[in-house]
Design a protein around this ligand. Sequence first.
Ligand code: ZN
Length: 187
Amino acid sequence: MIVPITLYSDEVLHRKALPIEGVDADIEELVGSMFETMYNAPGIGLAAPQVGRSLQLLVVDISCMKEYAGAKPMVVINPRIIASGGGYLAMEEGCLSLPGVQGDVVRPATINLQYRDEHFEERTGEFSGMFARVLQHEIDHLEGRLFVDRLKKREMRRAKKDLDALVSGRFSASYPVASAPVAVAQA
Ligand code: ZN
């Protein structure tokens, strides 16, 4: 099921997500929805808070990129970056929760990751290139951190106008987005 994607001003994107204790039918369904929602947007990564669920879960599929045509879709649960290296790289990032906003983000080139997969099996792996980039972006989401929180001053100045436009509702997205939660009216 394609579900609406939460936007920048949504509080769920700014808090730490809770660890998952096991993969049950609810989590399986959520994973399916997240892939469907990501492919529909289209995007190459999506974290659970972006569909309104504050859980340590993300999905990635970068196989639409030429150099990664053979890459398999990944389900990542309760990730922990245990090491990073390979120097730092700047790369332009965007986010489905911040339509119209882009900026260069500096991140380590390589990460070592400990996580659980879709079967809740414990895994470790070293990731570089686009995998390292997307995984770090999505793991940030689980910490309540967005790529704009990592922009250097000059990059932030460049992104500010688009971010202001987004906050005031002047943006367009080719996929369903969630309206920011408002105070619940009493029935
Ligand atoms: Zn994002």
